[in-house]
Design a binder for this molecule. Sequence first.
Ligand code: PLP
Length: 380
Amino acid sequence: MRARQLREQGADVVSLTAGEPDFPTPMHVKMAAIRAIEENFTHYTSNAGIPELLKAIQQKFEKDNNLKFDTKQLLVSCGAKHSIYNVLQAICNKGDEVVIAAPFWVSYPEMVRLVDAKPVIVSADAESRYKITPQQLRKAINQHTKAFIFNSPNNPTGAVYSQGEIEELAEVIQETGIFVIADEIYEKLVYDKAKHFSIGSIKEIAEQVVTVNGVSKAYAMTGWRIGFLGASKSIVDGAAKVQSQVTSNASSISQRAATAALCGPQQEIADMVTEFQRRRDFICDRLAKVPGLDVNRPQGAFYMFLPVKNFVNKRIKNTVMKDDMDICRFFLDEELLAMVPGGAFGAKDHIRLSYACSMKDLEKSAKRLQSGFKKLQEGW
Ligand code: PLP
């Protein structure tokens, strides 16, 4: 709101808050939607999704993730967010606990609370490269635990768990028998040598895992609202029942578009990843030169999560920077740069910036970040 106010007053505010790719949806996807409208494909579809999209998802899961599902084990929803909520609603009862690794995507704890369950937060920090250990997970699980929400690549840290790290977590999952909700929405956005690995492909726990994905991030389709999940038949049936009473099917037109996205050429994803990596390297290299800032080069998604502990309690214009919120406010007021305080993601003393913005804005931001941190470091 403050950023918008400043903009309305004519200030040149740069925003690094975007949670979506700044690329257009591929043309062949848009054409598929236009064709759907022209053909009057504009009515209800079956609740779980149109057959050609279900088939495309089945093939995608098998090819990319080594996950084998019957099409009856798939459910198309209005975004991955909707998929996760449907599952939580289907599996959780009052008093159940759901383990969430922090830093987390802001919606997880709120969705858990909405279904009358209790979020149990397990925190990872910069030292562990923002990944939780199997010991931490084991400690958080008790007889009330229903599920663990697992997000790799991660929003907000960009952490990507390796296959080995995931196999260790899977041992705990097998031993305790809880469900895993694997949110793999950033799957395609990985850099350097990082590889995405699907926890559901581990045979011993396959029945316990709900794999959630969608077209929002990979195909720059956030507005089309298509997400999907694959899971054991009983979970899918439960989630589908919730969906059938609340929203019914996802948009018929968007389902046609999503089919074209999954089945069509994939080159635009590769181009987008190359561009995100270039931007990530640019902003990381610039921030690495800032005294007092430990830069952790993210391996996936399009966010950087900066630890700002060294700048807390610094005094600026007679005001003490009490926390990440104050630091974000300082950057907005003094440097005209909008970012998100880490507290929102369950990690105080951090700020999240998104490099899903133009190179021009990123260049401006780098200058403003350097200038702002210098002022904070030296007192101003
Ligand atoms: N999961 C994570 C980790 C996200 O960051 C987001 C969006 O920011 C979503 C899910 C939501 O995806 P969708 O647009 O498919 O609902």
